[in-house]
Design a binder for this molecule. Structure first.
Ligand code: PMV
Length: 327
């Protein structure tokens, strides 16, 4: 049984979203995570994830390993394996799907074209693809809401205090207006527009950037609450513009959002260089995207001139670029 999940970018509102302000995120279909679950003649539950050099039997993985944590939700009573000949049934949040007791082996293949720790949602996409593949394999397909909330639990293992935006946009694979703890709102794109995504090639853990912003906030809550309010206002205006088909006008909002993120110390010289290069090459606006300190930036471009901005970013050090249509 195979399943796939797209990458994502945050258009507006990263970091402030952790503090309850709205953010906009869209799926990026050019990159994706894939999971395949099949029967195997070999006893045990074997995980094969060559991208992260993981070839292991489930019982050999620690309990806080994100992939193992997902798989154990579906196989709370492990099948017997060479590593664990008489398994102790583990407790699980979820009822047993009644398969793991049958004693056959299971082979799980996981792969991803989404660069890790770069703001494209690789962790959440792997979780969503794996949850979908496992639930289909066990003939118990889950709703999007169930998948997203399960992936959110796993995001906590990756990031500590995630807002939930990644698992939401990746599960629904639609543009989302996201406010932490509130029902998901899918928004309409009045007229399609083009975004160029450029990767600094620097992998930067979101957890650290989020932790540093928290320290700033703790030291001066009044100042940072105001900055978060500004970002939230930008995200709301951007949604309105996009829904009205006035996408040309969101370039200025991207530039404003980038300045606020810079002030929050989450940009980096490499990100700023790519942002400047895209703007000089005719982009209507540009900003970092995601946790920051590395990872990707995004630029709003005219579809016909996207290549010029992409070339400028490559000349300024980008390791790869993706041009994607938002619709
Ligand atoms: O680095 P990413 O794309 O996973 O995005 C993190 C977004 C933050 O707002 C910085 C954190 C969060 O959990 O929303």
């Amino acid at each position: 049984m195979k399943a796939s999940a797209p990458g994502k970018i945050i258009l507006f509102g990263e970091h402030a979203v952790v503090y309850g302000r709205p953010a906009l995120a869209v799926p990026v279909a050019q990159v994706h995570a894939d999971a395949e679950v099949s029967d195997s003649s070999r006893a045990g539950i074997w995980i094969n994830a060559p991208d992260i050099d993981l070839h292991a039997e489930l019982n050999s993985l620690p309990s806080d390993h994100p992939l193992a944590a997902i798989i154990r939700e579906f196989f709370p009573h492990p099948v017997s394996s060479p590593l664990c000949p008489s398994p102790n049934p583990s407790t699980s949040l979820r009822a047993s799907f009644g398969r793991g007791d049958r004693g056959e082996g299971v082979e799980i293949k996981i792969s991803s074209t989404i660069p890790v720790a770069s703001g494209l949602g690789s962790g959440a996409a792997v979780s969503v693809a794996l949850i979908r593949a496992l639930s289909s394999f066990l003939h118990n397909p889950l709703s999007d809401e169930q998948i997203s909330s399960m992936a959110f639990e796993i995001e906590k293992l990756h990031h500590g205090t995630p807002s939930g935006i990644d698992n939401t946009v990746i599960t629904y694979a639609r543009p989302v207006f996201f406010v932490k703890g509130q029902p998901i709102e899918i928004f309409k794109v009045g007229k399609p527009f083009t975004i160029m995504i450029a990767d600094t090639g620097i992998s930067a853990p979101t957890r650290e950037a989020v932790g540093d912003v928290r320290k700033l906030w703790e030291a001066d809550k009044e100042k940072w609450e105001k900055a978060f309010d500004e970002i939230g206002g930008i995200a709301k205006e951007a949604r309105r513009r996009i829904e009205n088909g006035e996408w040309e006008l969101i370039g200025k909002l991207m530039n404003q959002n980038h300045e606020l993120l810079k002030g929050m110390t989450v940009s980096s010289p490499e990100l700023d260089r790519l942002v400047d290069a895209a703007r000089s090459a005719g982009a209507l606006g540009a900003k970092m995207s995601g946790g920051g300190r590395g990872g990707n930036m995004i630029a709003l471009v005219n579809a016909v001139k996207a290549g010029i901005a992409a070339d400028a970013c490559i000349s300024s050090g980008a390791k790869r670029v993706i041009i994607t249509q938002i619709h």
